[in-house]
Ligand binder design. Structure first.
Ligand code: DGT
Ligand code: CA
Ligand code: CA
Ligand code: ZN
Length: 584
């Protein structure tokens, strides 16, 4: 089978990892890794670029790598990789991806114990064979077992940050066709799950064929997986599968409801329908006779053009998609207690962003202008504190210099767009805060975040976070659990204790809207607001484009049953100012 962009990116990534294990110079290791990243994010098919002869114009692709890409496109293989695999077992790469194991340890296990697979490493760790190796011990042996456990929890699903824009772009192209009447992204994206298995698109039309034809002939897709009259599937260059179903408008409600799911929600819907004397599938409500058998007369089928009609058939109000997980939404709907979910327009402010003073791309003024042009009414500039040296964190001295600049920009922006000065302060590994109280007292708003030593044990890291929550100057905890979706496990915090403390001290907790983070995740956000804890949804933007990610935070909040009033940056600026001034 012909190799796709994703296959080629995967091969380069493996080559890079294998070279690193072999101990090649870092420059060579990185050249393959960067090429892999370039290819993975490429919006166009490599085959087309190769045909134009412009491979070397891509970032991070020189002559040698371009030749290797052509070799793979032409032969489906890479001779260099095959030779390398004779020398370094490719399965060592999986070992290197265990949290806490790098290339050196992978090589150590291979050299000393002939371990080449994760399975063999697990057995060796369980049998206590790793602890006596150089630079190892019982504790690091246990960490490796934890790391293997964490690795097995990774699912290979795609971030919603990648899947949603891809789905929207395809849907937009289909909706531009005259035959398309209505369209929607269904499935897990519509429910706002942080990760996506595959994309489910629905289009209503009386003439499916031209829509299907455009779909399977979209430019820059990896392959067509199926092409039928009402359902087709394609695979995108990044490996994501997209299913499209085309159906008549009269059945839109039942189809959209069914394909939005979740499966657990659908099962409950079917039960409710049965109690009403209907069998429900993705097409229609089909009446049952007195013995509970389906009546085969199609003229008696009930078609629903809207989802509202589907819910009305079981005497329920419309249930928003983000709640459809069979986690209490039916009870709430029956009791008339569905939440009035927050919407993007409720957010008046963004309270977490970075500038060139630390690791951001734009100046204070440019970030302010970018936020204003996106309709925000106020922002807080929150660069990193000193402890984050890799992010060019601010010493107290530089913080004070920045203060002058923020005030200048604030003055120039006028009264209708307020710019406040804050900080994203590190909670150091030893649990102390990165600035003394008298410095914090001078800032308009203080975020405290954990960035380092996230694998500390539960009691230690929980205590660390409490130090920040309990400090009267700290207003918000940034990305509280420290997770990176599909990449880094959250810290092992005792969240009940965290919520109790946040409630007691009135400290808000963030829903970081960056789709790599989505932290707090929905189930934690729901628990927090249930207890009365305040939240804040922020982009943590390091560039203007990242300010457009706010809606992912809103989706996450909606999945967490969050209403606008619990979120401090929905408040008018006067109320926000009053709240921060009432604190330390
Ligand atoms: P994903 O793709 O893993 O991120 O999650 P979903 O929820 O998008 O799941 P998917 O794509 O397999 O199916 C889309 C929707 O179709 C799903 O949410 C509910 C519905 N569905 C699929 N298979 C079944 C099934 O076997 N039973 C029921 N009741 N519903 C199903
Ligand atoms: Ca899906
Ligand atoms: Ca699907
Ligand atoms: Zn941060």
């Amino acid at each position: 089978m012909a190799l796709t962009n994703r296959d080629i990116a995967d091969i380069f990534e493996r080559v890079s990892d294998m070279l690193e294990i072999r101990g090649d110079i870092i420059h060579r290791v990185l050249s393959y890794r960067r090429a892999s990243e370039t290819i993975r994010d490429l919006p166009r098919d490599l085959r087309a670029i190769a045909a134009e002869g412009t491979l070397t114009e891509l970032p991070n692709i020189g002559k040698t790598l371009a030749e290797k890409i052509e070799e793979m496109l032409n032969t489906g293989e890479l001779e260099f990789y095959n030779r390398l695999a004779q020398e370094i077992p490719p399965s060592l790469v999986d070992i290197m991806h265990i949290n806490g194991v790098g290339p050196k340890k992978a090589k150590l296990f291979w050299d000393e114990l002939d371990i080449t697979t994760v399975e063999a490493l697990k057995t060796a760790a369980e049998e206590g064979k790793l602890r006596d190796l150089p630079r190892m011990g019982a504790k690091s042996e246990q960490k490796i077992l934890d790391g293997i456990e964490a690795l097995s929890r990774r699912t290979g699903r795609t971030s919603i940050g990648v899947a949603l824009p891809a789905a929207q772009s395809i849907l937009d192209q289909l909706m531009a066709l005259p035959q398309a009447i209505e369209g929607a992204i269904a499935g897990s994206i519509r429910r706002g799950r942080p990760t996506i298995g595959d994309v489910d698109l629905l289009v209503a039309s009386d003439d499916a064929a031209p829509i299907m034809d455009v779909f399977v002939n979209l430019p820059n897709i990896a392959r067509v997986l199926g092409h039928g009259p009402t359902k087709s599937s394609i695979e995108l260059l990044n490996g994501l599968q997209v299913d499209l179903r085309v159906l008549e408008k009269a059945r839109w409600g039942t189809a959209l409801n069914y394909f939005t799911g979740s499966q657990a929600h659908n099962i409950q819907m079917r039960e409710l329908m049965l109690a009403k004397g209907y069998s429900l599938n993705e097409h229609a409500l089909r009446p049952l006779d007195a013995d509970g058998n389906m009546i085969e007369d199609e003229s008696q089928y009930v078609l629903c053009a809207t989802e509202e009609a589907v819910y009305a058939a079981v005497d329920l109000p419309y249930i928003p998609p983000e709640l459809r997980e069979d986690s209490g939404e039916f009870e709430a709907a029956r009791a008339g207690k569905l939440p009035n979910l927050i919407v993007l327009d409720d957010l008046r402010a963004d309270l977490h962003m970075h500038t060139t003073w630390s690791d951001g791309k734009l100046s204070v003024r440019e970030m302010a202008e970018a936020a204003r042009s996106r309709g925000r009414q106020y922002i807080v500039i929150t660069d990193h504190s000193h402890y984050s040296t890799i992010a060019n964190g601010l010493t107290v001295e530089r913080l004070m210099e920045q203060h002058a600049e923020v005030q200048q920009v604030a003055a120039e922006m006028g009264p209708d767009f307020r710019v406040f000065h804050g900080i994203e302060m590190d909670i150091r590994s030893d649990g102390t805060l990165d600035y003394p109280d008298e410095v914090l007292a001078q800032l308009d708003f203080v975020i405290a975040s954990l960035h380092f030593s996230l694998t500390q044990e539960r009691s230690v890291i929980t205590r660390r976070l409490l130090n920040a929550i309990e400090n009267p100057h700290v207003d918000l905890i940034g990305h509280p659990r420290g997770q990176l979706i599909e990449q880094r496990e959250p810290a092992d915090l005792d969240m009940d204790v965290v919520f109790e403390a946040a409630l007691k001290h009135g400290t808000a907790l963030e829903i970081n809207a960056n789709p790599m983070r989505l932290d707090l995740e929905a189930q934690y956000a729901r628990h927090a607001v249930d207890m009365g804890v305040l939240l804040s949804i922020n982009t943590d933007a390091h560039s203007a484009e990242q300010m457009d990610l706010l809606h992912f935070g809103v989706l996450t909040a909606r999945r967490g049953w969050v209403e606008a009033d619990s979120v401090i940056n929905t408040w008018p600026v006067e109320r926000f100012v009053e709240w921060v001034s009432s604190r330390g």
